[in-house]
Design a protein around this ligand. Structure first.
Ligand code: PRT
Ligand code: ZN
Length: 216
């Protein structure tokens, strides 16, 4: 920020589970930004970086479209969007898993147990891939939130949703039966960055690695 030189534009989540750790990562890297309510973007004071605050779901597309050069997003969202973006660095936070869960007491011996069933999920692309890989024919019912209530209200036989502690599943009488994907926050980049931007990215990555090494 500040000068007229090239800046690296980074997209991070506006608020939610990725926000605090994304901001902390920048801070630990010595990059000072002013966050504010309803701010869409902010310049770093002491590093050639501009920060965009977005819904996590929009981050892969913005990086793909070069609105942002790099972004921090969960692997679950990245793979669901299925865009040709490269992970530059996994970041070790916001860890969770995308799992199949069924009502307690229901049999589940593997993907074939889903044959002919209805599965509620917010991750239709990843579920479809999982079903196809296992040659299972099932109906995917896409819902955007509160997936865990679907079996209880008769909407589906099973769900595929993100799990971290497992308490949401437990409270809804569901049991996690198979992990489809392990996920954590990742730094992604656009494939076609200018040499100047790549140089800034290298500096940023160097700092990220120093921070991560200091923690281990
Ligand atoms: O507004 P915006 O679209 O940006 O945010 P969002 O509401 O879509 O996402 P947000 O902030 O909830 O999550 C952002 C990212 O955090 C996800 O894409 C994951 O990569 C990661 N993450 C890590 C999680 C969880 N852990 C998690 N537990 N995202 C969601 N959950 C939910 C899950 O969907 C379920 O409802 O938490 C519940 C389960 O948690 P447990 O602890 O009860 O198992
Ligand atoms: Zn989201």
């Amino acid at each position: 920020g500040g000068g007229n030189g090239p800046v690296l534009k980074i997209a991070i989540q506006k608020s939610g589970r990725l926000f605090d750790d994304s901001i902390k990562l920048l801070k630990d890297c010595g990059i000072d930004i002013k966050t504010g309510v309803n701010k869409l973007k902010a310049d770093a004071d002491n590093f050639p970086m501009e920060v965009f605050f977005l819904r996590d779901d929009d981050i892969p597309q913005y990086v793909q479209d070069k609105v942002a050069d790099i972004g921090i997003v969960g692997e679950n969202v990245l793979y669901e969007k299925d865009l040709p973006l490269t992970i530059v660095q996994k970041l070790g936070f916001s860890k969770c898993r995308l799992s199949v869960a069924v009502p307690k007491g229901e049999q589940y011996t593997g993907a074939p147990s889903l044959e002919g069933k209805v599965i509620a999920t917010s991750y239709p692309v990843l579920v479809k891939k999982f079903l196809d890989k296992n040659n299972v024919d099932a109906q995917i019912h896409e819902i955007s939130g509160s997936v865990e209530i679907a079996p209880g209200i008769g909407l589906s036989h099973a769900i595929v949703d993100l799990v971290s502690s497992g308490s949401t599943l437990f409270m809804n009488g569901l049991v996690e039966t198979e992990v489809i994907l392990k996920s954590e926050a990742a730094l992604v980049r656009n494939e076609e960055l200018s040499p100047e931007k790549l140089e800034i990215l290298e500096k940023f990555l160097f700092r990220i690695n120093a921070v991560r090494k200091a923690k281990n």
